[in-house]
Ligand binder design. Sequence first.
Ligand code: DMJ
Length: 667
Amino acid sequence: MYRISPIGRKSNFHSREKCLIGLVLVTLCFLCFGGIFLLPDNFGSDRVRRVYKHFQKAGPEIFIPAPPLAGHAPHRSEDPHFIGDRQRLEQKIRAELGDMLDEPPAAGGGESGQFQALPQQAQAPAPVDQQEDQEEGQHAAIPVLAAPVQGDRAAAVASQAASSASHSQSPAQHSQQQLPMGGGGNDQAADTLDTTLEERRQKVKEMMEHAWHNYKLYAWGKNELRPLSQRPHSASIFGAYDLGATIVDGLDTLYIMGLEKEYREGRDWIERKFSLDNISAELSVFETNIRFVGGMLTLYAFTGDALYKEKAQHVADKLLPAFQTPTGIPYALVNTKTGVAKNYGWASGGSSILSEFGTLHLEFAYLSDITGNPLYRERVQTIRQVLKEIEKPKGLYPNFLNPKTGKWGQLHMSLGALGDSYYEYLLKAWLQSGQTDEEAREMYDEAMVAILDKMVRTSPGGLTYVSDLKFDRLEHKMDHLACFSGGLFALGAATRQNDYTDKYMEVGKGITNTCHESYIRAPTQLGPEAFRFSEAVEARALRSQEKYYILRPETFESYFVLWRLTHDQKYRDWGWEAVLALEKHCRTPHGYCGLRNVYQQEPQKDDVQQSFFLAETLKYLYLLFSDDSVLPLDEWVFNTEAHPLPIKGANAYYRQAPVTLPASNAS
Ligand code: DMJ
């Protein structure tokens, strides 16, 4: 029999059943309360916190399943498990970034860290004679990138900045009136290979979005992305800590491309998360300087956002203990907590490495100028003095120097690995100073003339290359890393008329051509890590450990510099070939990978998206298809990680601060 309940429904319980249900509920309540009072006090102990920390430390990858066996499971993106994992990760990122991800783009406001226009020169039409040259397909005459006129031009630049300030505008806001944000120019002219410049630029921008979004999805806050296994990756150079290397390294590229939402995500992460305090990481002084200090400095120059200046100084300060050596030549590694510094065990009898301790000058000098603290410049000036005064065998710089004795290690010389960017920073320190640091230019010319004489050679097939030199023996091999030197020689030629100008330009073009050959002689159209020259082969890797390509930028860097200096269309065409090859072989559904062997038709991928792919490779390709007015070479100088720094006296974004501390008291 059914009774009617007060709300009109039939109740099918008798009173005895109701009593039973009540009893069960009371028992449950008792058990719950009893647990709180009677069980051991886990919440007060460390155990729960430790487990929680463990999960927290594991981060997003704890939700990501193990990598597939073959690394390329078919239709993986459709697997509902992966979709669920991705959604969880998205939620985690959302929780971290809050509503910011959904906010519409905001305009202006440099000091608050908001997005501004990319600093650019006013667009002027190309000189008539230059247009004619281009129309006829001829190479433009080598332009000399003149020194800033320290009197008038500096005054004009200063007054431009001052008038911007007096109208409550940052320099960047001022230039926003000249060009749209992140614009690469409006050149719609048909380029060769059936695409317009605008389409090419947009393609590179889309590549950047793909690289960034996948990093964000699978490795946010970690150093790099493993695109195949959709997990984070961290190289030892980052000291086994989550430093957001891809964020800091890639952020100025996002800015240049006008990817505002992504830029703001990165800026917000830096503000909230980036710190080297309270961690015990053993960092590479060189890598940390070029990627983190360099990246922050560029962002400061672009935006005037004090956050970046503080972070750049914060990172540089952590590196300073490495300079405490009898000579002032820093060690390679430093512990961020203890300040204990050391060199790599493999480096010639405890030596420091030329390309590492010789690639600090641009960042440290600029940091002194924007903070008013001369200490940083003092540190790199000490390195300069040691290198200036030391005897150089045959006028060349060996790759190893002992920081205790001040003596050279093994007499190996290279414009590739272990040497490369030291030479780059000699020329660029002079450029950065507004061509006033004559000591740097002299050291550059002396070194490059010795390299021309002792290390640059031409193959039987007519290819120019720069060999390594080991004691007295030439090793007819060139590293991919040395491909940057095409641009370096050309930049040296374009900035000073002297006895070597023509030779520099000829060698710069020759090396760039050789690096291009190393690419097109591989079926993938991507170049190997190192290539050799002999009677039998030219510009080809011979050993298996030389055949990989890890998304390196150096060849494209030279295409970019040579394009800017000659306006020879072939450099843009070569860059576009590279874009197509990257898309064909390196792109995966979840980011970009390097290749294990560029000579295979379908090479295996290496599962690492290097942070320099975002910082350098994509930036140089984007700029290759942009107007000259985007980061003009007479106003900006690129650090070795492609972070552009302003040129003193020529660039309103230099943002020099008054000196606040006497050098000797600085700390
Ligand atoms: C970058 O980190 C820098 O360009 C460095 O100078 C050497 N090479 C890598 C990329 O190949």
